[in-house]
Write a protein that binds this ligand. Structure first.
Ligand code: AMP
Ligand code: MG
Length: 531
């Protein structure tokens, strides 16, 4: 039988064009100098089993359902078998973790299988996460467990369908291996199921990929990687030169701003915005202890490691992205040797974020354009109203879209419309109710100023305010089942999240607010980095 997988057109430009580690194979974990990558193969696994695959990602490679359900697919994307043209490698990168330079990090458990050029001429890198040791594994095992792999697989695809720039996920496969994890770092390790996700992106290069060479003062290698990135992923900028380095940085800043605006729009909290987790393409990358805000709370962080300082809290993501871009600016400074163009890039970020945020908020509210005169205060005050009592962010905007601005509603009727968004309605005091109603009245007046009809406004709002997001507790329910060998909820969630803006009455239960039992349950309200 001829396998489609054997016909993939690998060009493997990353290793063709960049300097590699002289040492190959499964050598001990170590510092890898003078190189952007190390050649290494995935560690074979005993009983790989396909849990789910994403058909839209398979289509990028012209793979049919039949191709994906064949055992050959499972063997290849668990790392057991290499197909013709694959040349596997782990990338070298460094990064700032929680604000401190951490030195070499690198793909400690991700192994790239190479880059495929598809029928449309697009280049896609394939990468297995959890495929075994590499020279960058440091003190860890190179593996991933099912729970974190379910979370990465589902969230990548959920984000894509929400219209958020992201890396993709082709497949989720359990390995049959046991992986030991101390989930709460409390001295209670247990064996968990191992899994491998095949991630897909045009490039997996991160801010930290540049920082490492700069930190080592290896300017030639830094230049090599920047030139490669510009030629491969930013070809419209032209041949690399000092000027092009500047415009490239400006574009990275603009793309990063765009990504963060989307995160704030949908209520996504990355949880570990270290510079090694910042994609040079402005894609959401490395889904670890991320979370979705249930009740709107700018101070919320899903990551238990971040609980004390809340560096990566929801409302702080825009500032952290700027901080990370500053680290990237420092890293590429030796190629530009002028501060102003780099500062200009950071200004571009701030401006793009501010304008993007205002436009995004106007869209969430169904306003035709953002009008600074009225809308700055309207948005600032909305944010205050949303935290008066726990208010589900996702549900709130869907209900707001339903509020009539064409017929006169009483105060009581207005509030009833929003009631499904409140976690503790008994906390709605008369004072709070009055604040909410006052804001709603201003909102209605503002919409009336636009003269847009309610039907049209609702459609526009529902196209940017999702009905379905990967609520933390939903992911956890799917994980609990998957750990018992029942993969149905992973597949069902994937299906529902393919159409996050549509009403799907048969799945209404998954659009409801977080149930009470999930408020403090691990995995539902907070997550550790253990994965
Ligand atoms: P993260 O914070 O998950 O992005 O990971 C930071 C660094 O730790 C990266 O270099 C990862 O490759 C590495 N890492 C995380 N988990 C493991 C693991 N189980 N085995 C090897 N390396 C790991
Ligand atoms: Mg990472």
């Amino acid at each position: 039988m001829q396998f489609k997988l054997d016909q993939l057109n690998f060009d493997n430009r990353f290793i063709q064009e960049l300097s590699g580690d002289k040492i190959t194979g499964h050598t001990p974990r170590r510092q890898v100098e003078d190189a952007c990558y190390s050649l290494v193969t995935p560690t074979p696994v005993s009983h790989p089993q396909l849990v789910a695959y994403a058909k839209e990602v398979a289509e990028l490679f012209d793979l049919s359902a039949e191709d994906c359900l064949h055992d050959y697919f499972t063997q290849v994307f668990s790392g057991n078998q290499q197909v013709k043209g694959m040349e596997s490698y782990a990338m070298c990168y460094g990064g700032h973790q929680f604000g401190h330079w951490a030195g070499q990090l690198g793909d400690g458990r991700a192994i790239n299988l190479g880059e495929v050029v598809n029928q449309k001429g697009q280049r896609w890198a394939l990468q297995l996460k959890g495929a075994g040791l590499t020279p960058y594994s440091r003190t860890a095992d190179g593996l991933a467990v099912l729970r974190s792999s379910v979370r990465e697989f589902l969230c990548s695809e959920a984000m894509f369908h929400l219209g958020v720039p992201t890396t993709r996920a082709l497949s989720l496969i359990t390995t049959g291996e046991q992986v030991i994890r101390d989930m709460f770092y409390d001295g209670n390790p247990r064996a968990e199921l191992g899994a491998v996700v095949c991630r897909v992106a045009p490039s997996f290069v991160r801010f930290g990929s540049f920082e490492i060479h700069s930190a080592r003062q290896d300017i030639e290698l830094l230049r090599q990687l920047v030139d490669y990135t510009i030629r491969t992923d930013f070809p419209h900028l032209g041949e690399p030169s000092t000027e092009v380095y500047q415009t490239w940085f400006h574009e990275v800043c603009a793309k990063t701003a765009e990504m963060i605006v989307h995160w704030q729009r949908v209520g996504f909290v990355h949880g570990v915005m270290n510079t090694d987790n910042m994609s040079i393409l402005g894609l959401t990358i490395d889904y670890g202890p991320y979370g979705w805000v249930d009740n709107y709370d700018p101070d919320w962080t899903p990551n238990t490691t971040d609980r004390e300082y809340r560096r990566y809290r929801f409302g702080h993501q825009p500032q952290i992205a700027a901080w990370n871009l500053t680290q990237l600016a420092n890293a590429i400074y030796p190629l530009i040797e002028q501060v102003e163009p780099l500062q200009e890039g950071l200004n571009i970020y701030s401006q793009a974020f501010i304008v993007g945020y205002q436009e995004m908020m106007a869209e969430k509210l169904g306003l035709q354009v953002y009008d600074a005169q009225t809308d700055k205060a309207l948005i600032d005050d909305l944010v205050k109203v949303l935290v008066l009592v726990e208010t589900d962010m996702t549900i709130f905007y869907r209900l707001l879209a339903d509020i009539s601005t064409e017929t006169e509603l009483s105060d009581a009727d207005l509030l009833i419309q929003l009631s499904a968004a409140y976690y503790q309605p008994e906390q709605l005091t008369e004072l709070i109710k009055a604040d909410i109603i006052a804001w709603l009245r201003r909102y209605i007046a503002r919409v009336q100023q636009d003269k847009s009809d309610d039907m049209y406004r609702k459609q526009a709002m529902n196209a940017v305010n999702p009905k379905y997001v990967l609520r933390n507790y939903l992911a956890q329910l799917a994980i609990d089942k998957a750990e018992q060998g029942d993969h149905s909820m992973v597949q069902e969630l994937l299906e529902v999240l393919r159409h996050p803006y549509d009403e799907q009455p048969e799945h209404q239960a998954w659009a409801e607010k977080r149930p009470d039992w999930a408020r403090t349950k691990a995995g539902c309200s907070m997550l550790s980095c253990s994965s």
